[in-house]
Design a protein around this ligand. Structure first.
Ligand SMILES: Cc1ncc(COP(=O)(O)O)c(C=O)c1O
Length: 359
């Protein structure tokens, strides 16, 4: 077996041991005589997996009482719509921070439901960054304030979250469980699974229970958080295999010391890459240092014409997925929780070698 270093932004590297466990259990789940993929979602085998995944998330994030943990379909993009459908009343305004490509998509969906106020806008800034928290133009009586905690494309990440009298809603698709935070600071946290959690198509939503009561009657039931709360995320057939993988990856994180341990490793991995970028005129980071993402390390070569060669030669050496998003170009190394530290070291060595040869 040969596994490459996969720097893809998502779907992304999953813990090898979880993939191996899934492989070993694929045909016969714990002696049941069927795959978990074939198990009834009302049966005891799947039920245990489902509840374990939720329990693991609660443990890892120290989810306090008064919050719900939901496992929903449709990825993070469906949440771009579900959030305003549930939380934004017809006569209300929602504040949104526009800090990049993903925030923009969330804003567009909210705009089709109700009124949106752009509280801060750095989406066009290069180098990429987040708006200063103190400079946000918040509206009076906003339904909520929406942020993107980590912009996967721009490589800009919040270090300190803004405060607002309105509930804080955060798209944490690309940094959930990568660092410690206090769930109490948020009204709603959501994340597509395909970076730090498992396979795509699944979204984790953690919300303060009372927020689910805001939903207007005319929202279809399947898009109401209250429907999924009442059914423990089993109102219809859940994405069982994705949730099974989520149960394995979250268990892997718990076994390795939880979010604090993940954060320490993530900071070390990111520092190695940023040191390599800062240590050579050959490379330039594309995010303002105080907002540099520990998950998506974005940079350019001083001679951008060399970027295709950089990407091609890295791929030849078993390092794939380094091409920046098509909308911005450049290089992006996505190094989520499961990305191995020796893969980062391999990239650093390659960068130094490439700079020496082509500098
Ligand atoms: C920050 C962020 N939000 C939302 C999404 C969309 O997620 P999905 O494809 O699961 O809808 C992504 C996708 O990668 C993302 O990086």
């Amino acid at each position: 077996m040969s596994r490459i270093y996969n720097f893809s932004a998502g779907p992304a590297t999953l813990p090898l041991v979880c993939l191996e466990e899934a492989r070993d259990q694929l045909v016969d789940y714990k002696g049941a005589g069927f795959s978990i993929m074939e198990a009834s979602h009302r049966g005891k085998e799947y039920d245990a997996v489902h509840n374990q995944a939720i329990e693991n998330l609660k443990t890892l994030m120290r989810v306090p009482d008064g919050y719900e943990v939901l496992l929903l379909q449709g990825g993070a993009t469906t949440q771009f719509a579900m959030i305003p459908m549930n939380l934004l009343g017809a006569d209300q305004t929602a504040d949104y921070v526009n800090c990049g490509a993903w925030a923009k998509k969330a804003i567009k969906e909210a705009g089709s439901v109700g009124r949106v106020n752009i509280a801060g806008d750095t989406a066009a800034d290069i180098p990429t960054r987040m708006p200063a928290n103190g400079a946000l133009q918040l509206s009076d009586d906003a339904a909520y304030l929406h942020i993107t905690s980590n912009e996967t494309i721009g490589g800009n990440q919040y270090m300190d979250f803004p405060h607002s009298p309105a509930p804080l809603v955060a798209d944490m698709s690309s940094d959930i469980l990568s660092r410690k935070l206090d769930v109490n600071d948020f009204g709603l946290i959501y994340a597509g699974a395909q970076k730090n959690l498992g396979p795509s198509g699944l979204a984790v939503v953690i919300l303060r229970s009372e927020l689910a009561e805001r939903v207007p009657d005319n929202v279809p039931n399947i898009f109401k958080y209250s429907t999924h709360i009442a059914a423990n995320s089993m109102s219809n057939t859940p994405p069982c295999f994705g949730i099974y993988m989520l149960s394995l990856t979250t268990q892997w994180m718990i076994d390795r010391g939880g979010v604090e341990a993940m954060q320490a490793i993530n900071e070390r991995k990111a520092a190695k890459l940023y040191d390599a970028i800062d240590g050579s005129d050959f490379f330039t980071g594309t995010a303002v240092p105080e907002y540099r993402s520990a998950m998506n390390v974005t940079f350019r070569l001083a001679n951008q014409d060399l970027e295709p060669l950089f990407i091609a030669e890295a791929a030849e050496q078993g390092m794939a997925g380094l091409k920046g998003h098509r909308s911005v170009g450049g290089i992006r190394a996505s190094i989520y929780n499961a990305f191995p530290e020796n893969g980062v070291e391999a990239l650093v060595a390659f960068m130094q070698d490439f700079a020496e040869k082509n500098g």
